[in-house]
Design a protein around this ligand. Sequence first.
Ligand code: ADP
Ligand code: MG
Length: 252
Amino acid sequence: METNVLLKAYLKRLRLPTMARDFEKLAQEAAETDLPYERYLLSLAEQEALAREASALRIRLKRAQFPVLKTFETFDFSAAPGVPKQKVLQLAQGEYLAKAENLILLGNPGTGKTHLAIALGVAACRSEKKVRFATAAGLVNELLEAQAQHELSRLERQLDKFDLVVLDELGYVPFSKAGAELLFAFCAARYERKSLLVTTNLEFSDWPQVFGEERMTGALLDRLTHRCHILKVVGDSYRFRESQEKSAEAGG
Ligand code: ADP
Ligand code: MG
């Protein structure tokens, strides 16, 4: 018994909590089935590695700050014929991240852009990428607040660690001049180094309206759309259709 107490202490000190938790139970099973020593050690090491991966994924998903968890499994491609399915699933493999390419999902409200953006973000988390989700307006507020508190460079360094930043709903809320400039600087800093995924309902020609200044918008669009996958999501609002179907079922 003393052996087990000591072993548990060592495993904990070596930061192998799953092995510390499971070794006795697995040892008993190994004895009963005459498992070779190496196989016993292998299954213990496997448990530890799996638990570690699962917990790392949980942490990445938490840091990503997704508003809700959405995946491709819950996306009904047959209900969205305007979504280029093959292209989306190919992007989910994550090659664009290695190449620091950008993604723009462009389409009307309710066509599943945010759902797809989150699903792509989750897929990136699963392949061990660091992801951060924010609405464009939310990120601009974060940048403005950080600037007011003289902590802008700290926030920028933090954001720079993410392999993928999702900017959701660009174009829903126009920015102040200071806000637009900060967002521009943020996008420019990532150019050709780290990926951005933007969802928007705005045609490119309408972007100056949101950013205010024509010249800056041009420069932003230029960087954003260079080495960029632009996915047009066409179709009716899924939300609207769903509520229509519900009210039809209710006999309304
Ligand atoms: P958008 O960002 O384009 O306005 P969302 O992604 O927010 O649209 O979609 C609105 C709602 O409808 C969300 O709850 C989303 O999960 C759901 N939704 C949209 N399209 C689909 C789809 N093809 N299959 C399943 N759910 C969908
Ligand atoms: Mg959306």
